[in-house]
Design a protein around this ligand. Structure first.
Ligand SMILES: [Zn+2]
Length: 82
């Protein structure tokens, strides 16, 4: 969950993990740890047709989520990070 302040130029104020409710570390409006942001709009063949879901997961919750998978995620190393 992301909270912004200011209406004309909204600035990211806080990110809260939707799974555990922990506020992620931020300094001067910048995130100081990693998180997974999901933004998905379900399509026509879904029971949630046209419904948009957005949420954030801290890295610990993401790792617990991955352990529920039957198949592992595809993983590779990126040499250039943004
Ligand atoms: Zn979490």
């Amino acid at each position: 969950m992301r909270e912004y302040n200011g209406s004309e130029a909204p600035r990211l104020q806080r990110i809260v993990c939707n799974c555990c409710g922990r506020s992620l570390r931020m300094e001067n409006g910048r995130l100081k740890e990693d998180c997974v942001f999901v933004d998905h709009t379900f399509g026509y063949f879904s029971a949630k047709d046209g419904v948009r879901h957005r949420f954030d997961l801290c890295e610990d919750c993401y790792d617990r989520f991955l352990k529920t998978f039957v198949l592992p995620v595809e993983e590779s190393e990126e040499s250039e990070l943004l």
